[in-house]
Design a protein around this ligand. Sequence first.
Ligand code: FAD
Length: 290
Amino acid sequence: MSTQVAVAAAVAGIGAYAFYLRNSQVDTTKPTFGKFGFHSLRLESSELINHNTKKLRFELPNKELPAGLKLSSALLTLSFPNGEWRPCIRPYTPTNSLDEPGYIELMVKKYPGGRQSTHLHNLKPGDLMTFAGPIPEPVWTPNKHPHVALIAGGAGISPMYQLVRGILTNPQDQTRVTLVWGVNTDEDIFLGKEFGDLEKKYPGRFKAVYVVATPDAGSPHQKGFVTKQILEGLGLSATKEKNKGTKVMICGPPPMEKALKGSKGFGPFGSAKGGVLAELGYTPDQIHSF
Ligand SMILES: Cc1cc2nc3c(=O)[nH]c(=O)nc-3n(C[C@H](O)[C@H](O)[C@H](O)COP(=O)(O)OP(=O)(O)OC[C@H]3O[C@@H](n4cnc5c(N)ncnc54)[C@H](O)[C@@H]3O)c2cc1C
């Protein structure tokens, strides 16, 4: 199920159910998100990590157990910003280790006028936030693909960070990983140190490339957007022998996803037409977007 479908399905009746659950008992003997459910979690801390992104840590009901999320499931957040009657439901992928007990951590980029990102940025320690999930994204299967190319735009980096770390730190998984992250400015690369450490630790298996729309003077990164030329230059053509069986995963703003996957045909069952990835030789079954 795509994230959009999951969001649409969740809208129906979600408000009433969430408020019912706020007042009901929680089973703290099992991982909170081991199976689908609604949970109201308390914000423990909120920290600004760059000019527009905050790291938010929420307490799980049981401090001894991890959340129970799989690689790389997301959660839906539900709020009524500024007391509006219209619920706001958006997916976020927790970025802390799946094994960490007691917490989930979100990295949230604030968009100008963004309903949920502004609401999350305004939360204070002690405030409650309603979560639903996990969203049933396809669960990652180690070694199913020899290579995975992860293409992220802006805040779409969160599911990619989960995947990169989850794949590389699993000793049973030998998948090679290439990450291409399109951002507006150098300052937007808030996980640069974490990715740099992983590149050093897993040479030959992991490479991270940043494509910056408006780079600083002297920036070491590629300038521009994630185009066919950039992906070709990075050796990501499907026709290359080393890319045989490559899976491509995308998470970014709608214009970026459209440019990569092409525009959808007419109606809900219309298949995608054109797009950079098709031009590079990828077939629809090789592409997943969050
Ligand atoms: C699987 C998945 C996981 C995600 N995980 C995270 C995460 O961990 N951290 C995070 O910050 N975000 C994440 N997102 C994006 C998040 O769900 C919201 O779309 C985002 O926070 C904006 O919501 P909003 O209500 O603040 O903005 P809205 O009120 O929906 O939109 C306000 C303005 O922002 C623009 N906008 C909205 N979304 C984007 C976007 N993605 N890129 C560029 N412009 C946009 C809109 O065009 C509009 O102009 C994820 C998305 C998906 C699909």
